[in-house]
Design a protein around this ligand. Sequence first.
Ligand SMILES: [Zn+2]
Length: 450
Amino acid sequence: MQIPSNIFREYDIRGIADTELTDEVIEGLGRAVGTVLRREKKQKISLGHDFRPSHKRLVQALLKGISSTGIDVIQLGLIPTPLLYFSVSYLNLDAGICITGSHNPPEYNGVKIHFKDRPFFGTEIQGLYQLMKAGDFEKGNGKLETAEIIKPYREYVRKIFNFKKKIKVVVDSGHGMGGIVAPDLFRDLGHEVIELYSNLDSTFPDHHPDPSEPKNLRDLQEKVLETKAQLGIAFDGDADRIGVVDEKGNIIAGDQLLLIYARAILKKKPGAVIIGDVKCSKLIYDDITKHGGKALMWKTGHSLIKAKMKETHAELAGEMSGHMFFQDRWFGFDDAIYAGCRMLEIVDDTSDSVSSFLSDLPKTFSTPEIRVDCPDDQKFDLVKRAVLEFKKKYNVIDIDGARVEFPDGWGLVRASNTQPVLVMRFEATTEKRLEEIRKIVEDQILQLSK
Ligand SMILES: [Zn+2]
């Protein structure tokens, strides 16, 4: 069997459905996952999928592989990724697998694996590749059943919240998976929902379902202003990342969103541990500390963040990219639909407008995430050398790349775990210093890359 090694990525298995994710490869993947589960004395998992045209074939191939190892599978059908995670907790299963291409172009698809006791990523995903190459599989006869999870999810969430007001909210699902759950759920909770692009369409005809890109939020911004809504909420393709727009149509960046959630949690749980990724503004960490929380900076990547949350018993974590993880009154996984409910709850609890939530935060100047092409086989080495160079002159936080600290700002350069790019971001107290800090870091990288 030809197994393309590039499909085994840091956090998931992903590739072009027709050419890379062949029946043979996906069946082999099923055998490998089943084998890992069997060898850990695990028995029962759930399986869900998104709406890309290739899903039917991939589900069949994966099921065939998993069942042949003796693992029992509950089929959940069409669901957003967070509901797959939910099924594992709610149905008390050992693991869950979701076939999803997330926010990637239509020709792609992928497999996300979620173990109940730990995030499954990195070397464990490489381990599946090794098992497949060796053909080292367990044998058995797994049972198949089906279950419905959307209804239990909606009921479970409805019991958590108690809204006093009817909030006017625009929801942009970007023709992705959020659309089959979020608008109805928000209405269940008593709100007035204006929908954008709730119908599933894997060609994503209106905009790409990735709310971390400002251009993908334009329609939402306009709709919020046009309808005089109190806020707008957007989801990525499989609804594990959220984007929020205030009533003035301004985008609330991922790190600011984390802070809004953090302040709300700290009111009820003083001293709570709250984790942000290395791309978050320094203001976020300072403000969490100021509000009595234990702020912790960690590596970018949803699996890495989930692992750190478990280790530190964090109540909340969030990434610039819009992954928000609630342990407080939830299960600790990234669920943008649930995060949407929590945002509505914060709006419900105050008479202030969303745009005023962080108006007391000091003003700084920052860049968005900047992505610079860098080959996969060079990016980690380049960043490693950059860390050493910067350390000669500056204070450097080196948990994930180099976050170079200046008295009045910082600059980050890290290697993306998922793409052949370097990720950079900068922040400073003045616009002038922002440019200077950016130049210091970029010049150093340029020099090292020669
Ligand atoms: Zn996603």
